[in-house]
Design a protein around this ligand. Structure first.
Ligand SMILES: [Zn+2]
Length: 86
């Protein structure tokens, strides 16, 4: 398998699964979503770790949640469809 191609689609992706026609396999799908922290989340997590775990652990969950990017993929052909950044 090749890596996911870099796409500039006009898919109107939001934070929720989107009903659409997949531009790759042309199937009618609801996008599969998953969240991954954006770069800001990694930076924030690093800073929090440096400040001390006891203090930082209670801050990490809300911080990470705000920094998450939502990625959309096609459940049929597994194509990467786009990313929604909060
Ligand atoms: Zn597809």
């Amino acid at each position: 398998m090749k890596g996911p191609p870099i796409l500039t689609t006009v898919v109107p992706v939001g934070p929720e699964p989107t009903h659409m026609i997949c531009p790759h396999c042309h199937a009618e799908i609801d996008t599969t979503t998953y969240t991954r922290p954006g770069n800001i989340a990694y930076i924030a997590a690093t800073l929090i770790c440096l400040m001390g775990c006891a203090f930082g652990c209670c801050l990490i969950p809300c911080c990470i949640d705000n920094c998450m990017d939502v990625h959309h993929t096609c459940p049929n052909c597994k194509a990467y469809l786009g990313k929604y950044r909060r």
